[in-house]
Design a protein around this ligand. Structure first.
Ligand code: PMP
Length: 414
C-alpha cells in the first residue's frame, strides 16, 4: 500500500490529490472542482486497492467457515473493528457495531429505545439544525412509545441556543440526539457541554458524527457520549459501511434491531436467545468488502492527521467566506466562527438549483437543496441553499474557480 502524505500542516494537497484518481476527471469539459464532500467524499487509491485486493484474493463469508479464506476475511473484518475502536478511542472493540451508515445506526438505537426504554411522558431532545436522519428516527420512536419530542432552537448565526437547551432538559428527558457538526451550516456544536448537562439530569446522549468523523479528531471517551454514529463514505471510505459506537452498558440494554443469522446464541422454533456484543447487532452477511476498505480509509486519515485536516478546512472556509463576500447579492447561511468546511449560500434573485446548475457548467460540483434539514430551512425562511463543502484535497485555487463561477451566476441573474 502506498502511504499518503505524512502528518504535516499545512497539508501537501498536491501529494494528497495524486492519491485520488477521480480528481483528474473533466466535468463538462472543465477540470472537476469537487465541493460536495458533505454529500460523499472521494476515495483514495489505497481504499480502492484494498477493496480490489479483498475481492481478488481474500473474499469469503465471515465467522462461519473453517477454511483459509473465511478465516482471512474474518481476520480483516475484525481487524477493522479494532481499527475503528482505536480511531474513535472506544474502550472495547465490541462497543463498535458495523452498520450501513449514520442513518441505520440512528434507527437501530431509536427503535431499541422505543421498545425497551421510552415510556409515555418521557422526553427526547433533538435540535432544529439536525439532519432528518436524527429527527425522523427519534420522532418515530416517540410516536411508537408515547414519549414527547422537543427541539433545541438555533440562533440567527446558526449556533445551538444552549440556554434554551438547558431549559428543555428535565427529569423526564431520556435521550438527547444531536448533530455534532451541521451538514447544512458547518457549525461545530459544543458537545462536551451538551453531554455534561444531559448526564447531570440522567439523560443519555447520541451524537450524529456524520460530519464530525471526517473532519475532526473524535474521542468518544473524552466527550463521554453514550452513542455515536458515522458513515464511511463521508470519510474517504466506501459506501455500505458505518459505525455505531455505544457504551457497553447501553448496548446490553437494547434489543436487537434485525434478527436472523449470526446474531443468535440458541434457536428453537418458538424462541431464540441472542449472541453477545457486537454480534447481537450484526444480523446477516455484512458488507465485508466495505468494512475492509474502511480500514484503509482510517489508515489514510490517521497518516494525514485529523488535526491537520481540520486546520486545512478551517483555512479554506475562511478564505472562501472572505472571497464570496465580493459577489453582490450573495449571502452565507451559518456565520458562526466555529465551523467546519461548509459554505451554504443563497443569492438574491437566483434559485439555489440554478446556482448549482450554472456552477456545474464550470466543472464545480456543489449540492443544492434542503440538505435533509427541512426544519432548519424553515427556521431561516428558505426552501434550500447551494452548499459548497471542502475536504483535505481541496485548494485555494479551487475556491477561486468557485468564486469566478458565482460571478457568472450573478451576471446571468442581475
Ligand atoms: N447526518 C448528517 C449530519 C449528514 O450530513 C448525513 C449525510 N448527509 C447523515 C446524517 C446521513 O448519513 P448517511 O446517508 O450516510 O446515513
Amino acid at each position: 500500500m502506498t502511504s499518503p502524505s505524512s502528518a504535516i500542516a499545512p497539508l501537501d494537497t498536491a501529494r494528497i490529490r495524486a492519491d485520488f484518481p477521480i480528481l483528474g476527471t473533466l466535468a463538462r469539459g472543465k477540470p472537476l472542482v469537487y465541493l460536495d464532500n458533505a454529500g460523499s467524499s472521494q476515495k483514495p487509491r489505497q481504499v480502492i486497492e484494498a477493496i480490489t485486493r479483498y475481492y481478488e484474493s481474500e473474499n469469503a463469508n465471515i465467522h462461519r467457515g473453517v477454511h483459509y479464506l473465511s478465516e482471512r476475511a474474518s481476520e480483516l473484518y475484525e481487524g477493522t473493528r479494532e481499527g475503528a475502536r482505536r480511531f474513535f478511542n472506544a474502550r472495547r472493540a465490541h462497543e463498535i457495531i458495523f452498520t450501513r451508515g449514520t442513518t441505520e445506526g440512528m434507527n437501530l438505537v431509536g427503535a431499541g429505545f422505543a421498545q425497551a426504554i421510552l415510556k409515555p411522558g418521557d422526553e427526547v431532545i433533538v435540535s432544529t439544525m439536525d439532519h432528518h436522519s436524527v429527527i425522523v428516527p427519534w420522532q418515530q420512536a416517540c410516536i411508537r412509545s408515547g414519549a414527547k419530542i422537543v427541539a433545541v432552537p438555533v440562533t440567527p448565526e446558526g449556533e445551538l441556543d444552549i440556554e434554551a437547551y438547558v431549559r428543555l432538559l428535565n427529569e423526564r428527558t431520556k435521550m438527547v440526539a444531536l448533530t455534532w457538526v451541521s451538514n447544512a451550516l458547518g457549525t461545530i456544536n459544543p458537545v462536551r457541554r451538551i453531554i455534561e448537562e444531559a448526564h447531570a439530569r440522567g439523560a443519555a446522549v447520541m451524537l450524529d458524527g456524520a460530519q464530525a468523523a471526517p473532519h475532526l479528531a473524535v474521542d468518544v471517551q473524552a466527550v463521554d457520549c453514550d452513542f455515536f454514529v458515522c458513515s464511511g463514505h463521508k470519510m474517504l471510505g466506501p459506501t455500505g459501511v458505518g459505525v455505531l459506537y455505544g457504551k457497553e452498558t447501553w448496548l446490553d440494554r437494547l434489543p436487537p434491531y434485525q434478527t436472523g443469522g449470526g446474531m443468535i446464541d440458541m434457536v428453537t422454533i418458538e424462541q431464540s436467545t441472542w449472541a453477545r456484543l457486537p454480534a447481537k447487532f450484526e444480523a446477516g452477511t455484512p458488507d465485508i468488502a466495505a468494512v475492509v476498505g474502511f480500514q484503509a480509509a482510517l489508515d489514510y486519515l490517521e497518516a494525514v492527521g485529523l488535526d491537520a485536516v481540520a486546520a486545512h478546512e478551517h483555512e479554506l472556509v475562511s478564505y472562501a467566506t472572505e472571497r464570496v463576500a465580493e459577489v453582490p447579492g450573495l449571502r452565507v447561511i451559518g456565520t458562526t466562527p466555529n465551523k467546519a468546511g461548509v459554505l451554504s449560500l443563497v443569492m438574491e434573485g437566483a434559485h439555489p438549483h440554478d446556482i448549482g446548475t450554472i456552477l456545474d457548467q464550470e466543472g464545480v460540483a456543489v449540492r443544492a437543496g434542503h440538505h435533509c434539514c427541512q426544519p432548519l430551512m424553515r427556521h431561516y425562511g428558505l426552501s434550500s441553499t447551494a452548499r459548497a463543502s471542502f475536504y483535505l484535497y481541496n485548494t485555494r485555487e479551487e475556491v477561486d474557480v468557485l468564486v469566478g463561477a458565482l460571478h457568472k451566476v450573478r451576471e446571468i441573474f442581475s
